[in-house]
Each structure stands twice: as C-alpha cells, then as structure tokens.
Design a protein. Sequence first.
Length: 120
Amino acid sequence: MFPDQDTSEIPPGGNAGAWLIYDGQCPFCRFYVKYLKVRENLGVLHLVDARENVAMADEMRAAHIDLNKGMALKIGDRTYVGAECIHILALLSSRSTVFSRVNALIFRSASLSLYLPCVQ
C-alpha cells in the first residue's frame, strides 16, 4: 500500500538515516542511485550495493525481499520494495537537481512507479 502524497506517513530517518539497497549490476539502479538526491530531513541516505555488502543482502533475503525485483529502501523499521521504494524516494526527493525534479514529477504517482522496467 502506497502512502498518499503526504510524507508524514514515512518515518524520519533520524541519526541513522535511511538505507537504499540496490543491485550494482543493474544499469538502471546504478544510474538512479548516482543522481538521486533526497531532502536533508531524511538524514543520511546510505547507498548499498547488495553485491558488495553481503550482510545487507542476507538481511534482505531473511526478510523475504527479492532484490532482483527492485530496490529496497529501509527507513527505521519500515522497508519499501520495488515500485513502492521508487515512489517513496520520489516523495522524498530534494528537487535540487533536474534529475530529482523529474523523478519527483513522474514517480510521486504510485501508479506510474509500477511501470519501471526493473520493478516487477
């Protein structure tokens, strides 16, 4: 279930920030994480290539999250996967770069987030 456009349903990252876990061999994922900018109130956004961080990949597998079906965003105790992850990131986008503004414009719609080629 996607939260609406209001980001109040998204827990703050706090001191720990948030963790974006992605497949470093996926060209879309690599491009996306390279240009993504999020609002400062999220805290630090830790970018984690699951192919290089075995412990995080194991944690995702233990939670029955298949990273072959899309990226995962972990904020506090919540984990958003695939289209929901992209949607939440769009809501949290900083709007400071052209990429972030376009990302927010397109993927703030939960239904459009479902049409990404790397999200199943």
